[in-house]
Design a protein around this ligand. Sequence first.
Ligand SMILES: Nc1ncnc2c1ncn2[C@@H]1O[C@H](COP(=O)(O)OP(=O)(O)O)[C@@H](O)[C@H]1O
Ligand SMILES: [Mg+2]
Length: 382
Amino acid sequence: MTDKTAGGDVRLAGISKHYGTFTAVHPLDLTIPQGSFFALLGASGCGKTTTLRMIAGLEEPSTGTVSLGDREVTDLPPYKRPVNTVFQSYALFPHLNIFENIAFGLRRRGIKSVKKQVDDMLELVQLGQFAQRKPHQLSGGQQQRVAVARALINHPQVLLLDEPLGALDLKLRRQMQLELKRIQTEVGITFVHVTHDQEEAMTMADTVAVMNGGRVEQLGAPAELYENPGTTFVANFLGTSNLIEATVEAAGAQVVVSASGTRLQLPAARCSTTPVTGGKLLVGVRPEKISLVHADEEHTIGPGRNKVSGRIAASSFIGVSTQYVVDSRVCPGLEVYAQNIERDTRLVPGAEVVLHWNPEHSFGLDAAQAIDAGIETVEEGA
Ligand SMILES: Nc1ncnc2c1ncn2[C@@H]1O[C@H](COP(=O)(O)OP(=O)(O)O)[C@@H](O)[C@H]1O
Ligand SMILES: [Mg+2]
């Protein structure tokens, strides 16, 4: 059994990985607090799996060290690390029943009386009634829970999960997200979960590290990342952002900018770069923060709101909300999500509209970045 007193955070210090001249992971410093649910989020090829494999000991870092608590494990082989990994292809032993699949790690270590531990694990993943079945007699989600139980029975300090839900259909994936979160809360060990699905990362994790091109671009609690993205990549990769190119007119606590002649305001505290009068700034606002009225109703908009006039280019009704695309002088293709409470039947493509939002709901980004970073990569998948 693993020595549980040796507990602690996962600490990566300057770890990087080169393949020939290609750098898959740039030197990375990262501390993953003990007991947390941590997600590494990013598009395919950004270095998530490589980072995870370096923690597991399956890949040797080109530079840097991996520590668990005060113990450096960089030179330890995988089986000597208090770490277990669950992969997307969970590869259960097809000829063994579920009980024996879960018992495998204990039996391999010569432990004879496995029943109590296996039963506890079966209960934890809520598969007690399936103990005697073979893997092919379970659904994908159930098989994945067996894979998790099989890893957890070794009492790792850290469970690494590499896109474990990637093979499941959407509905099952949602269920399993909640299930894995429950299991993590119950066992209280550190989970490091790799995914390219931003919703999955936000639903499950306490802390999300957004990776891009072998680097962690931003790290934080899901709501913090969503509300205050620091880069255009994070703003676009995590949900959807409208990014408006503007020129700074006045840079006080409240920043005043002009976007193609339209004046907008935002708090300086929500700018990830220091606004300079005369300089450029990207003003960001999330689609659900924007309200939309027919141009005839402009007089109903309260004072102190950011206002943009435009024309509806497209609208799609998706039940809980209607998603509009609005062309305007300040920016083509502004996205607006309106909850379907009272619908103005005039709000159809071609209609002249005014968009308005609370200036506090805007954020500011450095205009030197590519405005569309993180957009094309979103739908690529694993
Ligand atoms: N053994 C390898 N040899 C050469 N390049 C590799 C190797 N493993 C991974 N890479 C490259 O490193 C990059 C990061 O890979 P990976 O960590 O698997 O990304 P992710 O898991 O985020 O999709 C990719 O460009 C991939 O092609
Ligand atoms: Mg991967």
